[in-house]
Design a protein around this ligand. Structure first.
Ligand SMILES: Nc1ncnc2c1ncn2[C@@H]1O[C@H](COP(=O)(O)OP(=O)(O)OP(=O)(O)O)[C@@H](O)[C@H]1O
Ligand SMILES: [Mg+2]
Length: 355
């Protein structure tokens, strides 16, 4: 039986636990547990008990789905946590995962995990920015010459788009979310100005007719602003002139029709939308931009563990049942090796490698 790897993507919209079996250099996804997120706001933990419960539920689903017991995992972390790495925020995230009965093998920055599955080697060499547009946050990372040079997080995501729709069209948030997914389009210029759809606004018994172009304008305004912020970040990084391969969009909100056009108009670079490809196992469910981070956690986490192993460090198998010893996983809560946190990728940005 192959080695086991587990990834937990703690997002602001959903928590996704994936279980993968490593077979001949390939990872077969054998378990999936998706649970709506609670206790996260703007990419940071704001309610430890609620988040712990949600992570537990996601882990249990993945355990039932895979038949394995999980007690060690790679965990995604938004850039916002890194900014506050010394504060309680990241420790809170660790507390929640540990509270769900799972030790953190390593934290991996969200956009690095996403980048691992959606970028080609050629893009990474030429210079590219991966932009993961989720629910509460947009995480980005710039790769040049095959390595990461810059990461950032912007506190705008699909949640803000839905909220604008709710306010603009006087709809409950849940209805606004459904309207966005059903009729949403980020590019009003490509809309038929006569096309209408029907919704029931707050406090009205009658259904009302809304122009799809008006919905699109609301979405455009927010999405255009987001890409302006991304452009600003690219300029701030000073690598904006080196992104020959342009931008790769992923994350749930990258599914908005027309978003590619808005991105290329603002950023004036080639843009494509990407999702995890070349998946083995339970692939159909995961071949979707929302799952780039989750899939990337398994792959990047495994590669990082293998690198550590080559350097002679202990290597943990994520499996417990039938495996006997719990030795390598008995690291007590709170004792995460912070040197492992950035997985070596951002170490050059830190004062020194304390491993
Ligand atoms: N078909 C769709 N069209 C437009 N938006 C969509 C679609 N499907 C999902 N979304 C949006 O994607 C967002 C969730 O994306 P994702 O699953 O990547 O979030 P997350 O990883 O939980 O959040 P974050 O990365 O910000 O912590 C939600 O705002 C949702 O409205
Ligand atoms: Mg995400």
């Amino acid at each position: 039986m192959g080695e086991l790897v587990v990834g937990i993507d703690v997002g602001t919209t959903k928590i996704c636990t994936l279980v993968g079996e490593v077979r001949a250099e390939d990872i077969y996804v054998v378990g999936v547990g998706v649970e709506p997120a609670r206790g996260m706001k703007k990419g940071v933990v704001n309610d430890v008990p609620a988040l712990t419960t949600a992570i537990s539920a996601s882990v249990h689903k993945a355990e039932r789905s895979s038949g394995y017991e999980i007690n060690l995992a790679f965990v995604s972390v938004a850039g916002a946590h890194i900014v506050m790495a010394s504060s309680t925020s990241l420790q809170n995230l660790e507390k929640c995962v540990e509270g769900a009965g799972v030790h953190v093998d390593r934290f991996i920055l969200n956009p690095l995990a996403s980048g691992d599955v959606v970028l080609t080697d050629a893009e990474r060499d030429m210079g590219v920015m991966v932009v993961d547009i989720g629910g509460g946050t947009t995480d980005l990372a710039i790769f040049i010459d095959g390595t990461v040079w810059h990461t950032a997080v912007i506190s705008v995501g699909g949640w803000h788009v839905t909220n604008d729709i709710a306010l603009g069209l006087h709809l409950p948030f849940e209805i606004a979310e459904a309207v966005k997914v059903e009729y949403g389009h980020a590019d009003p210029h490509s809309m038929d100005p006569t096309e209408m759809f029907i919704v029931q606004p707050f406090g009205e018994e009658q259904m009302s007719r809304v122009k799809r172009a008006d919905l699109s304008q609301i979405i455009y305004d927010r999405v255009e602003e987001l890409f302006q912020l991304i452009l600003k970040e690219a300029k701030y990084s000073a690598y904006d002139g080196l992104l020959s391969a342009g931008i790769v969009l992923t994350g749930g909100s990258a599914q908005l029709p027309g978003i590619r056009q808005v991105a290329s108009d603002v950023l004036k670079m080639p843009v494509r939308v990407a999702q995890p490809e070349k998946l083995s196992g339970m692939a159909d469910q995961l071949r979707h931009p929302s799952y780039s981070t989750s899939v990337g956690l398994l792959r990047l986490g495994l590669v990082m563990d293998q690198e550590d192993e080559r350097r002679g460090r202990t290597h943990n198998n994520h499996r417990t049942n039938g495996g006997g010893s719990k030795g390598p996983r008995s690291r007590p809560p709170g004792s995460t090796n912070w040197g492992k946190l950035l997985g070596g990728v951002l170490k050059r940005l830190l004062p020194e490698d304390d491993e």
